[in-house]
Design a protein around this ligand. Structure first.
Ligand code: NAD
Length: 274
């Protein structure tokens, strides 16, 4: 069994979060335990699941003998609200087979429900009771973040957002930096749609790496937490073989220019109706 040897990010509550983890959205539940075990054996330090992914049991089975693996799960939108969130957390940790998780996130602000403030208050209680190590959010915009901070005084440790070279989220990242919020990139590979980019291809050839590895190294060198998803052994290995090279300032500047105003691939959290 390998131990995680990559870098970590110190969250504002003092916890250390591995910068590289495995995402398991769309990993079939019956395959999840095997995929996560394989990734942990390769040295992945963290796993990102959610109640809506339907595979918390598989994640829990894979990490049962690995308390060192950093586990994140998320509160689904339909479970928002103070009491509902507390109940949903109990159900998640029962499925994970743990007493606690390292990080619990509100999955989406779901503004049409207008329940993200009481949901955040429930997460604060879970943190105070020691039932989760760290609390954060996902898909929150500046206004959502400002509102939960204003109404509770508690700053999320992490905001997990869509982020990749074609959608770099500079404005939101500047807000995070000003408030000590760590940025975690979902769809860090743009769901596999970025690899035709000639800039990435040229940098990859220079380092003897693949375009996927260049993109993931860009996240790491940008101070982002990154959770690429794969179920294939060779890609799990490729996506974790990132720590024997780094991008120089010129390469980082070239990738900065790939950013697109309309580069979003997933739903817009401000208008998503779920
Ligand atoms: P991703 O960017 O990680 O892309 C995954 C896809 O890219 C794979 O299905 C595969 O088709 C391809 N791929 C992976 N490795 C590759 C490689 N080395 N070479 C070529 N192709 C490769 O996309 P994702 O799954 O959307 O995001 C990763 C994780 O982020 C998810 O599993 C989940 O944990 C999290 N996520 C969170 C939210 C949220 O709302 N909080 C939304 C989406 C994803």
């Amino acid at each position: 069994m390998a131990d995680y040897k990559g870098p970590t990010i110190r969250l504002h509550d003092g916890a250390d979060m591995p910068q590289l983890g495995l995402g398991v959205w769309q990993t079939p539940s019956e395959e999840t335990a095997e995929v996560v075990r394989t990734a942990i054996d390769m040295g992945y330090g963290a796993v990102d699941t959610a109640s809506i992914y339907g595979n918390e049991e598989g994640v829990g089975a894979a990490v049962a003998d690995r308390p060192d693996i950093f586990v994140t799960t998320k509160l689904w939108n339909a479970d928002q609200g103070y009491d509902a969130a507390l109940r949903a957390f109990d159900a998640s940790i029962a499925r994970l087979g743990r007493d606690t998780v390292d990080l619990y996130l509100i999955h989406w602000p779901s503004p049409h429900r207008d329940l993200y403030v009481p949901s955040w208050k429930a997460l604060i209680r879970l943190k105070q009771e020691g039932r989760v190590r760290s609390i954060g959010v996902s898909n929150f915009g500046v206004d959502h973040l400002q509102r939960i901070i204003d109404e509770t005084g508690e700053v999320p440790t992490v905001n997990q957002i869509e982020l990749h070279p074609r959608f770099q989220q500079r404005e939101l990242r500047a807000f995070h930096a000003a408030h000590g919020i760590a940025t975690e990139s979902w769809s860090p590979l743009g769901k596999g749609t970025l690899f035709d980019d000639p800039v990435l291809g040229a940098i990859a050839r220079r380092h003897g790496k693949t375009s996927a590895q260049i993109v993931l190294r860009w996240h790491i060198d940008s101070g982002l937490i990154v959770i690429p998803k794969s179920t294939r052994v060779e890609r799990l290995h490729e996506n974790s073989d990132l720590f024997d090279f780094a991008l120089d300032a010129g390469e980082m500047a070239q990738i900065a220019r790939i950013d697109l105003i309309d580069g979003r691939g997933g739903p817009d959290p401000l208008s998503a109706g779920f």
